[in-house]
Write a protein that binds this ligand. Structure first.
Ligand code: ADP
Ligand code: MG
Length: 351
């Protein structure tokens, strides 16, 4: 699908390493005042006024993404988004990223242009500067590692460890859609293998597929909380599923929790698709992953400030550690949360 007929195919080696970097990054602009030196020297130089927040994520072809349904431009965009999501989860503002790639000569320059177009689009949307990276060769697949830098004042930084007993547990947006999007894309890939002429109607799944292929980081949430005058007591982004992330907060805060099944926010497409595939939407929301929503706790005194907000849902509350971490089902039974998560390593181990 990437190697369309008639499309140009320039060999990476024809540009050389420096030529390639220059070619891919020449149109990148520096917009952040804190970027003193970006691409082109031995290291980037960043001015730091507050606490510096740093996060890295690595994406490996065949483990984290499948090139047969992930267009490279989307992959570039998503690689940036997953990193920025971690910076927002610290209640920080991302300012710079570095981009490292390992690529085999199976990729033409045009493919990397697509990847970098996605990276640039995300950098533009989130107002971060691309200030460096590394380029190396790989024997087979594509590997992308992005490091995001951000800043936050000491008082505003939010950790996983700050939840207090009786705090409310709040989540942004809705859950489970990205996982279902992946299931749809996997299914279509199998159908396509059997019948390359099939024309799937993906319209009923448009939101799910968008959440999988073009996720966004919740840059609006730290800004919204600031505007509402709410300082979260703890926060995490949801990359591995609600269950696993809730347990992280509880473990690090040395607390327990009750999450209410009927409060978990679901998009209508998640509900109808779960019905169609005979899946349990709660299980999908708890374990699906890749939602990139923010999960945080707030003092119950702050409830009036957030209760009318359509982007935020209170799904439970923090308890004493000895009470454990539980889901209260619609039938009012209490079942322990299990961190099954979406963990590629775990999947391999159990295979
Ligand atoms: P060095 O050999 O000193 O590590 P490189 O030749 O790897 O330098 O990189 C030269 C410049 O290009 C540096 O500023 C580096 O950060 C940047 N750079 C290298 N690869 C990439 C990339 N894939 N994306 C963005 N910038 C890159
Ligand atoms: Mg280098």
């Amino acid at each position: 699908m990437l190697e369309n007929k008639g499309q140009q195919r320039t060999d990476i080696s024809s540009l050389g390493e420096f030529g390639l970097i220059e070619h891919l990054t020449k149109s990148f602009e520096i917009k952040q005042p804190s970027t003193i030196k970006g691409i082109g020297d031995d290291a980037a130089v960043i001015a730091v006024e507050n606490e510096l927040v740093v996060s890295t994520d690595m994406l490996v072809e065949g483990v984290h993404f499948d090139m047969s349904y992930m267009p490279l431009k989307h992959l570039g965009y998503k690689s940036v988004v997953v990193n920025l999501s971690d910076i927002y989860a610290m209640n920080a503002l991302p300012t710079q990223i570095t981009v490292s790639i390992a690529v085999s000569n199976r990729f033409p320059v045009e493919a990397l242009e697509e990847l970098y177009a996605g990276i640039q689009a995300a950098a533009h949307h989130y107002n971060v500067d691309v200030v460096g990276g590394d380029t190396t060769s790989s024997l087979s697949g594509l590997v992308i590692s992005i490091t995001a830098l951000g800043q936050v004042t000491q008082e505003k930084a939010v950790y996983r460890s700050g939840a207090k007993e009786n705090d409310l547990i709040v989540v942004s947006g809705d859950l489970g859609a990205a996982y279902l999007g992946l299931q749809i894309l996997e299914r279509e890939k199998q159908v396509f293998k059997v019948n390359p002429n099939s024309q799937p109607d993906l319209e009923p799944y448009s939101y799910l597929i968008e959440r999988q292929l073009k996720p966004e980081a919740r840059k609006d949430i730290p800004a919204l909380l600031k505007e509402l005058g709410v300082q979260p007591t703890s926060m995490i982004d949801i990359s591995d599923g609600l269950s696993s992330e809730t347990i992280h907060i509880c473990k690090q805060s040395k607390k327990g929790c009750n999450i209410y099944e009927d409060k978990i926010p679901l998009d209508p497409q998640v509900i109808t698709t779960c019905e169609e595939f005979n899946m349990d939407s709660t299980t999908i929301a708890l374990n699906g992953g890749e939602d990139y929503e923010l999960l945080f706790t707030i003092s119950s005194d702050d409830y009036p400030k957030i209760k009318a907000n359509p982007s935020l849902t209170v799904i439970g509350h923090i308890t004493q550690e000895s009470e454990g971490t539980h889901l209260i089902t619609r039938a009012n039974t209490k079942i322990p949360l299990i961190a099954r998560g979406w963990n590629p390593l775990q999947e391999q181990e159990t295979e």
